[in-house]
Design a protein around this ligand. Structure first.
Ligand code: HEM
Length: 416
C-alpha cells in the first residue's frame, strides 16, 4: 500500500477532479504545509506550490517562471478541434499567458479602464442592476442564487463595460462557461469540439462589433480597443483584441459568480455571521476579503520553469509546469493565524492571493471587489431572512481550478 504521508501521500490525495476532493481539500493543504509544501503530482504532471512565501517567490520572478501556459492544463487538442479553431483567429497569447516585455504592452493598453476611480464610477449602475435582479425573484420566496443573481450580475456589468448591452447575456454565459470548461483536464472530445465552436462563434460575434466600432466609435471598451495606441508600440491586431475580450469575459464572470456564491454560503453556514452583516453593513468589504481568502474562486494557476529551480531542497527541472495553489497559500498559518477560521474582522485578510500578484495581478480586482460588496449590501438589505433551502442541496462547479457553486438554492420568509 502506498505511504499516505510525505510528498507521495499528499500527491495521492491531490485530485481536484475527484468528486470527494472538494470536502477534504483543506485537509490536503494542511498536510502539504506540514509534510511537503512543494510536491509533484504524477497524475497531472504538475508541481504544486502551497506555501504563501513560495508562491510570492514565483509571482515576483517572471524570468524564471513563465506565464506562457498560465491557464493551460489541457492536453493537445484533437485534429477536429484544431480544424474548428482555423475557422477563427486561433489562440492568440495576450495578458495572462504572456510574459514581460510583451505583457507590459497589453496591460498598458487596458489598465486605465480598470483603475479604482474608473471602476467606482460604475457603482450606481452595479447597485441598480443588483436591485433589479432581486426585484425579479423577491416575491418567489426561494431561488437559485447562482442562476438568478450571482451569474447575471457580473455578466451584465462586463457586457456594459464592453459596450454590448444585455440582450445577448445568455449567449455570453454559454461562451464563458465553455471557455472556462476548456481550461480543465480530461474533457471528452465531443465537449472539446463544442467548446472550440463556442470560441469561434464568440470571435465572429465580437469581430463584427469591432468592425462596427471602427466605423462608429462609442464610449465603450470595444471602441477603446480599436483606438488603443501606446507611443512606440504597434496597435493591437484583431486576434489580440479578441483574445483580450475573451479574457475579460472569462476572467470577469465565472470568478465573480464564484465569489458571490462562496461568500453567501460562508455567511449562511453560521447564522450569526449573516446576522452580524445584516446589523452592520460596514463589515461587507472585510467579508469580501475574508471570503476570497477562505474559499478562493481561482484555486491556482500555472507557470513553467525556464531553468532548474529549488524550493527548500526540492529540485524542479527546467520546462516543468507548476501550479501556484493560491487557495493553499491563503490557508498558510505562517501568514494567516487560525487560517481555518472565518474571521469577518481579520486584519490582514486582504493580503490573500486570490487575485494572484506581481505583473499578472488581477486586472479586474477593483471591479470584483466592488461588485461583491454591493452584492452583499443588496442581499442583506433586501433579504435579511435569507437561508439555505431546506429541501435542495447546493452543487459545486466541477473544475480543475475553479471553486464555486453551480447551484445554490436559498429561501426566505420575509423580504423588502
Ligand atoms: C472574484 C473575482 C476574480 C478572481 C478571483 C480573479 C482572479 C484572478 C487571478 C488569480 C489572476 C492572476 C492570474 C495569474 O496568476 O496568472 C487574474 C488575472 C486577471 N484577471 Fe481576474 N479575477 C477576478 C475578477 C476579474 C474581473 C472582474 C476581471 C474583468 C476585467 C478580471 C480580469 C483579469 C485579467 C484580464 C487577468 C490577467 C491579467 C494579466 O495577466 O495581466 N478578473 N484574475
Amino acid at each position: 500500500m502506498a505511504d499516505s504521508s510525505g510528498a507521495e501521500g499528499v500527491a495521492a490525495r491531490y485530485n481536484p477532479l475527484d468528486p470527494g476532493y472538494s470536502s477534504e481539500i483543506y485537509d490536503v493543504f494542511a498536510q502539504a504545509h506540514r509534510e511537503a509544501p512543494v510536491f509533484f503530482s504524477p497524475l497531472y504532471n504538475v508541481w504544486l506550490i502551497t506555501k504563501y512565501d513560495d508562491i510570492w517567490t514565483v509571482l515576483k520572478d517572471p524570468k524564471r517562471f513563465s506565464s506562457s501556459m498560465s491557464t493551460n492544463v489541457a492536453a493537445k487538442d484533437p485534429d477536429e478541434v484544431i480544424a474548428i479553431f482555423k475557422e477563427g483567429w486561433g489562440q492568440v497569447s495576450t495578458l495572462v499567458t504572456c510574459d514581460p516585455p510583451a505583457h507590459n504592452r497589453y496591460r498598458g493598453l487596458i489598465n486605465k479602464a480598470f483603475t479604482p476611480r474608473r471602476v467606482n464610477e460604475r457603482e450606481e449602475f452595479i447597485r441598480s442592476t443588483a436591485s433589479r435582479l432581486v426585484d425579479a425573484f423577491v416575491d418567489e420566496g426561494e431561488a437559485d442564487l447562482i442562476w438568478n443573481f450571482a451569474y447575471p450580475l457580473p455578466m451584465t456589468i462586463i457586457a456594459d463595460i464592453l459596450g454590448v448591452g444585455d440582450d445577448d447575456l445568455d449567449r455570453f454565459k454559454k461562451w464563458s462557461d465553455d471557455l472556462v470548461a476548456r481550461l480543465s483536464f480530461d474533457l471528452p472530445k465531443e465537449r472539446l469540439i463544442e467548446c472550440a465552436r463556442s470560441l469561434v462563434d464568440f470571435q465572429k460575434y465580437f469581430d463584427g462589433l469591432l468592425t462596427e466600432r471602427e466605423a462608429n466609435p462609442r464610449d465603450d471598451m470595444l471602441s477603446d480597443l480599436v483606438r488603443a495606441r501606446i507611443e512606440g508600440a504597434e496597435p493591437l491586431n484583431r486576434g489580440e483584441m479578441l483574445s483580450m475580450i475573451q479574457q475579460m469575459l472569462v476572467a470577469g464572470n465565472e470568478t465573480t459568480t464564484g465569489l458571490i456564491g462562496n461568500m453567501v454560503s460562508l455567511l449562511l453556514e453560521k447564522r450569526e455571521r449573516w446576522e452580524a452583516l445584516c446589523a452592520d453593513n460596514s463589515l461587507a468589504a472585510g467579508v469580501v476579503e475574508e471570503a476570497l481568502r477562505m474559499e478562493t474562486p481561482v484555486q491556482g494557476l500555472f507557470r513553467v520553469t525556464t531553468e532548474a529551480v529549488e524550493f527548500d531542497g526540492v529540485k524542479i527541472p527546467e520546462g516543468a509546469q507548476l501550479q501556484l495553489l493560491y487557495a493553499a497559500g491563503n490557508r498558510d498559518e505562517a501568514e494567516f493565524e487560525n487560517a481555518r477560521q472565518f474571521d469577518m474582522k481579520r486584519g490582514n485578510a486582504a493580503a490573500h492571493l486570490a487575485f494572484g500578484g506581481g505583473a499578472h495581478f488581477c486586472l479586474g480586482a477593483s471591479l470584483a471587489r466592488l461588485e461583491a460588496r454591493i452584492a452583499l449590501e443588496t442581499l442583506t438589505d433586501r433579504l435579511p431572512d435569507l437561508r439555505f433551502a431546506i429541501d435542495q442541496a447546493p452543487h459545486r462547479v466541477a473544475h480543475f481550478f475553479m471553486r464555486g457553486f453551480e447551484k445554490l438554492p436559498v429561501e426566505w420568509g420575509s423580504a423588502k
